[in-house]
Design a protein around this ligand. Structure first.
Ligand SMILES: Nc1nc2c(c(=O)[nH]1)N[C@H]1C(S)=C(S)[C@@H](COP(=O)(O)OP(=O)(O)OC[C@H]3O[C@@H](n4cnc5c(=O)[nH]c(N)nc54)[C@H](O)[C@@H]3O)O[C@H]1N2
Ligand SMILES: Nc1nc2c(c(=O)[nH]1)N[C@H]1C(S)=C(S)[C@@H](COP(=O)(O)OP(=O)(O)OC[C@H]3O[C@@H](n4cnc5c(=O)[nH]c(N)nc54)[C@H](O)[C@@H]3O)O[C@H]1N2
Ligand SMILES: [Mo]
Length: 690
């Protein structure tokens, strides 16, 4: 829809934001004489309610920014230096086809590692022509586990990823539990609804090591130690089962495995769980009693609780609560987890079988690049992702990217920290320049993303570039050459019929159960017997410790502080990190700052055996003592020594789902002499090995 407004050729175009955020906003973009002059929220998607975040409002700064990649280019200086010399697209595709073919011939297809995550979370920009190409090449397969793997595994095993309660239904809740989520930053459209519910009398409980904005407004805040959610949830289960609050008839009719859960919960008295979680037992009892006695009660389960060694069991125990307590079957009850599976999309448009090649866990990229031999990774193809700053064990990752015998391709919109290591960079379009299909994963929505301006420079959409590469390598198969539009049509053709038709007609699709399903009224578990599995055998087998079995902190006395790195306000993961921002600071509680003699605003070293970050410090009681905070997604230029929180994150994996353990980072913090810093920061930035 476009509304001509004046002789200046100004029009407002409706599109959608596909960035990796639960809200899935509809946006109205003002285009004046072919340039984006404003980006605002629209009301096309009812969840957006006419407003959007500050990050996407200023997306035009990225679109036309100085860091934008405009032409394909090859590296001319040392790896990591980022010096490039432009080449044409034909030459770039030829070079890439040659390198891929060469690696395949000499080392086998598995020497090629495609590396992507949710850069644009849309259906068109990932797992279309890219997946087809890499499958036909017999490349290594990537386990996309950097986020949502433990929560996803738990939601799948317990509920078959049943669609979950959407934002507007928070208005109906009498108790809201925000568990390991910080929507004030990570999904802002939920916040006013929670505030409205609270104003109308709802109780609010926040489980978070930090005093988040919602924690300030909460009836109860449980500032637990990171990684202890499992025992907190098990103490609630024990209370429900043993004090007569479990919903016996719901358990009998709709679940199996309750005995297994009950048995594993039985040892977690309030006292024991509170001790492990570092909180007062009274607080835990109050929470348990509140949850047992209030209905409708709704849990917003976030991703903060999954990023540690207990993450999978923790997510399973939290998601099991509404089943045991009988909180389903009423509007404003149940839980909210990712709704990305609400649409039952199978991606059979990829049109090539997945080969039985080796699978590489993306959380172990550093090891894959430095330790694998059979075959070694010879071509790394990065797109929709910025692993130099977003995956664990940054030093090892950078060491891998420095390998002279590795050919790295980075296909991105801007000159990222990963692109600085590329042998070949390819310029990608943004969501303002290409088509996509965007899915919200908080509210349920599926929206068409359409180009509102011409591509900057020679930037091209993913679907087109992977299609061209397939053609150059004679891998098109029966489909023939495919560009962006062919891919869009193919995806719409193979979506469930009503959805594709609605999208083609320019409408807004709705699943059969509507956009605001009530759990156990409109939607049921998508498990085989439509029951909740409270003790899934598969999870019990997968977890070395056993399902719902707590793995204590390693508690290394050398590194007494727990570093967590949640979503920040300025970026989405690392996307938009190229833009100017206030200098980030490590947040530390005064009781931890004083014995270390740290001065507000001064430079500190945050370190452990894996690495070190030099940055400013902010001393504030907004985090529990013993825990420190540095946001995720920082770029190397945002810290004094060119390393970010991922340099301190171990590449250990979660109990279930093989996810990342970012919040198992254990560190020490020390002040640094201002005079010494210049020198060490400069040397380290130039030479990350030192
Ligand atoms: N502005 C902005 N929005 C984003 C993103 C972004 O980077 N910036 N990222 C997007 C993406 S990719 C995702 S996955 C989501 C994530 O969104 P959220 O689910 O909100 O996840 P996080 O920000 O990782 O962490 C949420 C909260 O968990 C707390 N936390 C940390 N460790 C623990 C723990 O062990 N237990 C408990 N109970 N809490 C803990 C943190 O203090 C934080 O307040 O947000 C999306 N939205
Ligand atoms: N320390 C720490 N680090 C973390 C986390 C944490 O908790 N702590 N959490 C993490 C989480 S939740 C996530 S989801 C990961 C995300 O980590 P990544 O998957 O690396 O995501 P981004 O940093 O957003 O980088 C996405 C890149 O894709 C590019 N891109 C966007 N759209 C397109 C497109 O259409 N085509 C192409 N070719 N490129 C495109 C963007 O410009 C951007 O550079 O980070 C993780 N990193
Ligand atoms: Mo994420």
């Amino acid at each position: 829809m476009s509304i001509p407004m004046s002789s200046k050729h100004e029009q407002v175009v409706e599109t959608a934001c596909p960035l990796d955020c639960p809200d899935g906003c509809s946006v109205a973009v003002t285009v004046t004489d072919g340039r984006v002059t404003a980006i605002d929220g629209s009301t096309e998607n009812p969840a957006t309610k006419g407003y959007i975040c500050a990050k996407v409002r200023r997306f035009a700064d990225r679109l036309e920014g100085a860091d934008r990649l405009l032409h394909p280019a090859v590296r001319v200086g040392p790896k990591g230096g980022g010096a490039l010399s432009p080449i044409g697209w034909d030459e770039a595709i030829d070079l890439l086809a040659t390198r891929l073919e060469d690696a395949r011939q000499r080392f086998g297809g598995e020497s090629i590692l495609p590396f992507s995550y949710g850069g644009s979370n849309g259906l068109l920009t990932q797992d279309t022509t890219d997946a087809r190409l890499f499958r036909r090449l017999g490349a290594s397969r990537l386990a996309r586990t950097v986020c949502a793997a433990p929560t996803g595994a738990a939601a799948q095993a317990l509920y078959g990823k049943m669609p979950s309660t959407t934002y507007d239904d928070y208005l109906h809740a009498k108790l809201i539990v925000v568990w390991g989520a910080n929507p004030s930053t990570s999904g802002i459209h939920l916040v006013p609804l929670i505030q409205q519910a609270v104003k109308a009398g709802a109780l609010l409980v926040v489980v978070d090591p930090r005093v988040t904005p919602l924690a300030r407004q909460a009836t109860l805040h449980l500032p637990i130690k990171p990684g202890t959610d499992l025992v907190v949830a098990l103490a609630l289960h024990r209370h429900l089962f043993e004090e007569g609050h479990a919903d016996a008839s719901f358990l009998a009719a709709h679940t199996r495995g309750a005995d297994g859960l009950r048995e594993r919960a039985s040892e977690w008295t309030f006292e024991r769980a509170a001790e492990a979680a570092g909180i007062q037992p009274g607080l835990l009892r109050e929470f348990a009693e509140m949850y047992a006695s209030t209905r409708p009660a709704l849990i917003r389960c976030g991703w903060g609780l999954e990023r540690n060694r207990n993450g999978g069991s923790a997510a399973a125990a939290v998601l099991a609560l509404p089943a045991v307590a009988g909180k389903f079957g009423v509007r404003g009850g149940g839980y909210t987890m990712s709704n990305s599976s609400a649409w039952s999309i199978t991606r059979d448009w990829i049109g090539a079988d997945e080969p039985p090649t080796r699978e590489i866990n993306m959380n172990r990229l550093g090891r894959a690049l430095t330790e694998l031999n059979d075959p070694p990774v010879k071509v790394l193809f990065v797109y929709n992702c910025n692993p130099a700053v977003t995956v664990p064990d940054q030093r090892r990752v950078l060491r891998g990217l420095e390998r002279e015998d590795l050919f790295t391709v980075v296909f991105d919109q801007v000159m990222t920290d990963t692109a600085a290591y590329a042998d070949l960079v390819l310029p990608a379009t943004t969501f303002l320049e290409h088509y996509d299909l965007a899915r919200g994963y908080g509210p349920i929505s599926l929206q068409m993303v359409r180009p509102v301006v011409d591509s900057q420079g020679e930037a091209r959409p993913n679907a087109e570039v992977f299609g061209q590469l397939s053609t150059a390598m004679n891998l098109d198969g029966d489909e023939g050459p495919q560009g962006e539009l062919e891919t869009l049509l193919q995806v719409m053709d193979r979506l469930p019929e009503e959805i594709g038709e609605t999208l083609r007609a320019g409408g807004r699709p709705e699943p059969a159960f509507g956009l605001a399903p009530v759990q156990f009224v409109d939607v049921f578990p998508r498990t085989e017997d439509r029951k909740v599995d409270l003790f899934p055998e598969a999870l019990e087998r997968e977890s070395a410790a056993g399902l719902y079995r707590y793995i204590p902190d390693t508690a290394d006395p050398k590194y007494p502080l727990a570093l967590i790195s949640p979503a920040g306000d300025r970026t989405i993961s690392s996307t938009l990190g190229e833009l100017p921002r206030p200098e980030p600071a490590l947040v530390i509680h005064p009781v931890d700052a004083h014995p270390r003699q740290l001065q507000e605003g001064s430079l500190v070293r945050v370190f452990n055996d894996l690495g070190e970050v030099e940055c400013k410090v902010s001393i504030e009681p907004t985090v529990r003592p013993g825990t420190v905070v540095l946001p995720k997604g920082l770029w190397r230029k945002s810290t004094a020594n060119g390393f970010t929180a991922t340099a301190l994150a171990p590449d250990t994996l979660t109990d279930i789902g093989a996810g990342a353990c970012f919040n198992d980072s254990r560190v020490e913090v020390a002040g640094i002499q201002e005079s010494g810093i210049q020198d060490s920061a400069a040397t380290r930035a130039l030479n990350p090995e030192s």
